[in-house]
Design a protein around this ligand. Structure first.
Ligand code: SF4
Length: 349
């Protein structure tokens, strides 16, 4: 059963410097103060009462957890230990930088209930990392992923297509490298220009051209499909809309409040266009959880097919896999898949 995640945002705590694109306070909407033990207890009690039977997980996001002084890390993890011992809390998740991971730190965290570490990999291209002021290399990310896996913990890789110096080819290569070294899951955050960051100054000075929404979706659909082919889940595409992000804080870049849905919808739209000739009347069956993706935001997929003369009736079918569609026309009925039946070229982005 998927755990309920109780998030604590420790905005920028532990960060050795500010990366050029980053403003965790805008991203999380949090003041950034470290939570007290009382606040942690209070939030666990609150969420426990609404989680039902689902396991609970505590997550510390938005800073560099493992670069905090050890007594502060210990102070954040100590209130969780009684809940972990009595199994009312299932696990702990932290996020950190690849150059702030080593065997000693992973062992220490593992002893205190940490089961998942998310790494801000961002890119596996050293030129991109340097241009983005990250202060670490791709080798650091490879070593960190391997180290976390050696201790049997889950490791997630956050990637940021569209950083300074990045290209679709290097974004895809970054994804393939983190998958090949064993990342258990991926988050894809296409670069957004946030007010007040160094990237905003570069953008306003004409020194940085961000990915547009259209190109970002075209790139993300390829990254998502490659991850699906590899069997590595992408657990998030795009920054969460419900915090401090809005038209004022986002100056430019690939941002949409439902970016993940836009990307998945585009995959289904491409598949339908690939298997259904123009001018047909079709019934499209899909997994119930994918109904809104197949229809598209504001019924865009229905509309774009109408422009090809294709009239679609979309019907939920729980016997299908989430990546599959069954397409029924007067002449035929086929089952097809967004993983297997469309081939993209990264050069088209
Ligand atoms: S990207 Fe990560 S390391 Fe860089 S400033 Fe933001 S939270 Fe800190």
């Amino acid at each position: 059963m998927k755990p309920v995640t109780i998030p604590f945002f420790i905005s920028h705590h532990g960060c050795p410097h500010r990366c050029v694109f980053c403003d965790q306070r805008a991203i999380s909407g949090s003041s950034g103060a470290l939570p007290t033990a009382e606040q942690i207890y209070g939030k666990i009690d609150l969420w426990r009462s609404t989680a039902g039977d689902r396991p609970l997980e505590i997550a510390f996001f938005g800073g560099t957890f493992t670069a905090l002084p050890e007594e502060i890390q210990a102070g954040l993890l100590a209130p969780l230990q009684p809940f972990l011992d009595e199994r009312t809390l299932d696990s702990v998740r932290i996020s950190t930088r690849p150059d702030c991971i080593d065997a000693e730190r992973v062992a220490w965290l593992s002893e205190r209930g940490v089961r998942t570490i998310e790494l801000g990999v961002q890119s596996m291209d050293d030129t991109v990392l340097a241009a983005s002021g990250r202060g670490h290399s791709a080798v650091d990310s490879l070593a960190a992923i391997r180290c976390i896996k050696e201790y049997g913990l889950m490791v997630g890789a956050q990637l940021m297509p569209g950083l300074p110096g990045d290209t679709p080819i290097s974004s895809l290569a970054s994804l393939e490298q983190v998958i090949s070294v064993g990342a258990d899951f991926i988050r894809i955050y296409p670069t957004v220009v946030l007010q007040g960051t160094e990237l905003a100054w570069r953008y306003e000075a004409g020194e940085f051209i961000p990915l547009s929404l259209e190109r970002g979706v075209a790139l993300c659909k390829i990254l998502l499909q490659r991850s699906m082919r590899a069997g590595t889940p992408v657990i998030r595409i795009g920054l969460q809309a419900d915090h401090g992000l809005n038209a004022e804080s986002v100056l430019a870049g690939c941002w949409h409040p439902a970016l993940g849905q836009l990307v998945r919808s585009q995959l289904y739209a491409d598949l339908i266009s690939h298997v259904v000739p123009p001018g047909r009347l079709v019934t499209v069956y899909c997994h119930p959880a994918r109904l809104s993706d197949v229809v598209g935001i504001n019924r865009t997929n229905l509309q774009s097919q109408l422009e090809r003369g294709v009239q679609m009736l979309i019907v939920p079918d729980a016997t299908l896999q989430k990546e599959e569609l069954k397409v029924h026309t007067e002449e035929s009925s086929i089952t097809c898949s967004i993983i297997k039946d469309i081939n993209y070229s990264i050069h088209e982005v």
